[in-house]
Design a protein around this ligand. Structure first.
Ligand code: SAM
Length: 208
């Protein structure tokens, strides 16, 4: 199982999350970013290339060494030079080795579902955000349609087992609001792929 989660899963995530059909959803979130950004659960860098010019620095926080290696290989293969100053940090959202109030924005993309203790992760995010900082998110989660919800609850446990703890039934807006942020939703709806995996919310949270 360790072999699967450490070596195989990051490659599956790269295929699933790297889909070009997600780019428009991602851009709705990344367009909100500015200044110093901490991207939590950077994965293999699916948002890389979508940061606007208003971003001055990105700290890419990711616990998986393999995901980071996939990112490095992609960069080398495509001979991409980053226009943004990007620093990688192997760490978990629930214990961020980052200074208090040191970021203008935190980006969460398809990661709240996997962090496990989302309340602790949100407390950490709150700690590292500067006053007037924003948490920007694009997340999949609990669908509003009853039939889809039934499938989500039915598959939730299996999903957690095969997809690194990923939950299908979380409500990102609620998790972020419960952490003390005032959340503005930019867009919700079904994205590409099967509906139980594809109900998306894009939004921005500011400290209230
Ligand atoms: C579904 S992937 C999304 C990757 C990327 N953010 C994207 O948009 O494609 C979830 C990522 O969150 C990472 N992750 C899981 N638990 C985490 C934690 N506690 N802290 C930070 N990242 C975590 C995983 O290693 C994985 O790379």
């Amino acid at each position: 199982m360790q072999y699967y989660s450490e070596l195989v899963l990051p490659r599956i995530i790269e295929l699933a999350c790297g889909s070009k059909r997600l780019v428009d959803w991602r851009k709705l979130a990344t367009d909100q970013l500015f200044g110093r950004v901490a991207e939590i659960g950077f994965g293999s860098g699916a948002n890389f290339g979508l940061y606007p010019s208003s971003v001055s620095k990105v700290i890419a926080v990711e616990p998986s060494r393999v995901a980071m290696r996939i990112f490095d290989k992609k960069m080398a293969r495509q001979n991409i030079q980053s226009e943004v100053d990007i620093v990688r940090l192997r760490a978990s959202a629930i214990a961020l080795p980052l200074k208090d109030a040191s970021f203008d924005c935190v980006l969460l993309s398809f990661v709240l579902c996997s962090v496990g203790d989302s309340a602790t992760a949100m407390a950490e995010i709150k700690r590292i955000l500067a006053p007037n900082g924003k948490v920007v998110f694009v997340e999949h989660g609990l669908a509003p349609t009853l039939g889809v919800q039934k499938v989500q609850f039915a598959f939730n446990r299996t999903e957690q087992r095969v997809a690194g703890g990923c939950q299908l039934v979380l409500d990102a807006k609620l998790i972020i609001s419960n952490a003390g942020f005032e959340v503005s939703v930019i867009k919700t709806g079904y994205g590409p792929g099967p509906r139980p995996w594809g109900y998306m919310t894009v939004g921005v949270g500011v400290l209230s």
